[in-house]
Structure formats: C-alpha cells, structure tokens
Design a protein around this ligand. Sequence first.
Ligand SMILES: [Zn+2]
Length: 329
Amino acid sequence: MTAVPRICVFSVDRTIRQASFHNNRGSLTLVKEIPLPTRSTTFGTAPRLLPSMLVDTIAHNVPKMHFDALAVAIAGPVAPGGVVTKAPNIWGPEVEDFPLAFRLASETGLQTTVINDVTAIAWREKMYGTAKQYDEFQVITVSEGLGSKLFTGGQVVIGEDGQAGEIGHLTIKPGSTVHCGCGGYGHLESFTAAPAAERIARELSVGPETSTAYNQSLLAKLTGKGIENLTRAKIAAAAQAGDPFTLAFLSTLCGPLSITIGEVFAKHPVDKFILTGDFTFLIGKPYLDTLNNLVSQEIIHTEPMVSFGTNDGNSGLIGAGAAALAKLG
Ligand SMILES: [Zn+2]
C-alpha cells in the first residue's frame, strides 16, 4: 500500500455514484453515475438476487490497478463488518443481513469499507465539514425518511445491528394511527420527514382552526387554493417569503423533532446537532430558525444547538472515503 491510500468511493441510494477520493482535502474527482440494479430495472429479478447484482456492478466499475481500497456508503442500516442489515428502498423488505463488504473485498481483492449513508455524513462533517471542531455531535437528516447518527469518542456509534443513534423510529405518539414507512405507527419519521410535511400541510389547510389562515396565505395563492397542487417547492417558496401560515405550519412540523432533540441531549449532551437532508435544505433558513427556536425551549444554551451540514450532495462519497481512511489509520 502507498503512503497515501488511493480510495475508490461509491454511494448507493436511488442510483450508484462513483468517484476517486482525495484525502488531503476530502475532495472528489471523476464522479460518475451508474444505474442501480433494482427490481424494475432488471425486469422483475427476484429481490434475493439484487445484492449480488450490486456487488457485480460495483466490482465491474472499480479500476483495480488504480486503487488501494474501496469504500461504499449505502442507504440502509449497516452492522459492524459492513453487513447490510436491510435496505428496503433498494432491495425490498425481503433481503436481510447481506455481507456487502466481505463480498466486495472477495470480488475486488481490495480492502473494503461499507457504511450507512448517515454514518458517512457524520464522517464527512467531522473530517472536512461543519463538525470539525466538535468532539460530540449528532447528525439528523430529513428527506423521504429521517436518519440520525451520533459521533462520540472519535467514532460513529452504530451498535450491533447498525441501528444505534437512530431517532426516526422512536414512538412519539403512542396509540397513533399514523403509519410509518417501517411498518410501525406514531414514529417521529411519520411526523417529520418530507411526506409527513405534505400530509400535515394538507391537514392544516382544511382544519377548523387553520383553514381561514390557509385560505388567506401565500401558500394558498401559490397552490391556486387547490391543496392537491401543494408541493415541497411551494412550501419552501412560501416559507422563504415569510408567509405566516407556512411559518406556523413549520412550527407544527418541527415540534416533535425539537422535543426528541431535547430528549437526546438529556441522555448525551452533544456539542451540536448537524442538520442535513434534501427537505431541510430546500426549505432552508426558515426551517433551521424554526427548529432552533423550538429547541431553545428544550435546551438552555447560549448558541443555537442546530446548524446546517454541507449541502453539495457528495457526503455519501466523501464520508465513505473519510471512514475508510480512519480505518486504515
Ligand atoms: Zn418507523
């Protein structure tokens, strides 16, 4: 191995992205996109065969002569040793406990690191991003779902099954009939993530106490008063214009998350909560300000407890590289 290991990095989510990772600046070159083998793109292939197809696709795209190590970030919980516990959005619910790191190492002959995508965000922020100065922080990412991971003691805590640090599937409303993507009910994710935001905005638009405010709002104007036309982009536009209805809606939306952040802090007083995810970046400052305002009622602190992470879409790739470097020592 050379003094500076050359690491080929991949991120696997709705698609596969590949790049060369440069550890000195945490930068990437030769970023390319590769189609992800899924049930629909492989003409209904049995789900149990999809993980091996991913191994083949990645192995086929690693120019072995040019790299010393391989690192992959994937959307799904990953247990120690790079075992993907499950990846329902990629392989469906049937596939469990796939030893992706072992299989890729066998296939390529390269030392291989496989981590969860939120774990990758934590490594990226720690090594090259907004969390450089923090020893203890929690990443929270809000998009189609809600993922989170705790960085402490120089490591991301993942636990035996890769689920440690996750707050998205904590039950925040016992007895609730609101269904969560995981199959449970009343979970934080089902009151916080982007699909929940759309549902809650629609509920408020017809609520007995809120429909009048909605009808007079900029959001109603943007949607032509047809709530079925409501999109995340319109919520973002109305929030950024300071629309009172939309800002009140953001308070309703961020309420459960702020309480959970307070509970996390009570157990583990981190230096900072780092917020990422397509949905929060889309809404931008109004989301961050609303959340910080609510969190300040839970945690007494001189500075805002929540700050945005890096918004360039490359955290999976850069974080996978950073984690591999940490492992290589
Ligand atoms: Zn859930």
